[in-house]
Structures are given as C-alpha cells and as structure tokens.
Design a protein around this ligand. Sequence first.
Ligand SMILES: [Cu+2]
Length: 121
Amino acid sequence: MKARFVLLVLLAGVFTAGLFSTHKVKAQAAPKRIEITAKKFAFDPGTVTLKKGEPVVLVIKSADVAHGLRFRELNLNVKVGKGGTAELPLTPDKTGDFVGHCSVFCGSGHGEMTMTLHVVD
Ligand SMILES: [Cu+2]
C-alpha cells in the first residue's frame, strides 16, 4: 500500500515536471505551424515560403486516403494516415527551392503530387 502511494507521488512529480517543461518551450518560441492539406493529387498550398533558420511545424492533413511528404534533399519524410494528421517539424538551414513528393502511393496521379518549400534569407 505504502509503495503504491510513493509510486503515485513519483508519477505526479514526473507529470508536473513534464507540464512545466512544455510551458517553458512554449514561452521561448513556439514554432509557426503551417497547415497543409493533402488530397488526390495535390498539396494545398502548393508552395510554402520559409525563412532560413526559423523553426516551423508543417501540419499535414489528409482529406482522403493515406499520403506522405518527402523532401529527399532535406532528408525528411512523414506519412499521413487516411483522413489523419501528421506533424513535420523542420528548421531549414539553407536557402533555395525544395520539392517534396508524396511518399505513399495514392493512385494514378501520385507521381505528380508535389509541393515546394521556398526558403529565403
Ligand atoms: Cu501519393
């Protein structure tokens, strides 16, 4: 009984510490969240402009089947389930245009399903 109480207190402590650290991160600088809808066979918006060195989170929502988004050059890949949402945190460290492709086969137009990250200084 006593052991169980100690465990509860420990768990509560860990949980509280977790909450605090989350708040700290948010207080510093919450990365900008950019919502992108993926549907057969396009991403909307098709181009997103980012600033080099500025952390963002791409929030990718599927409006139909499972999709993915891969930026080979940036070594990034994320998969989105049918009707689901996935988050892709990234901080671009070079300028230029990076073309991402759908990385989950989704039908006849899959090969043309792309979007561009336009990274500026
Ligand atoms: Cu696809």
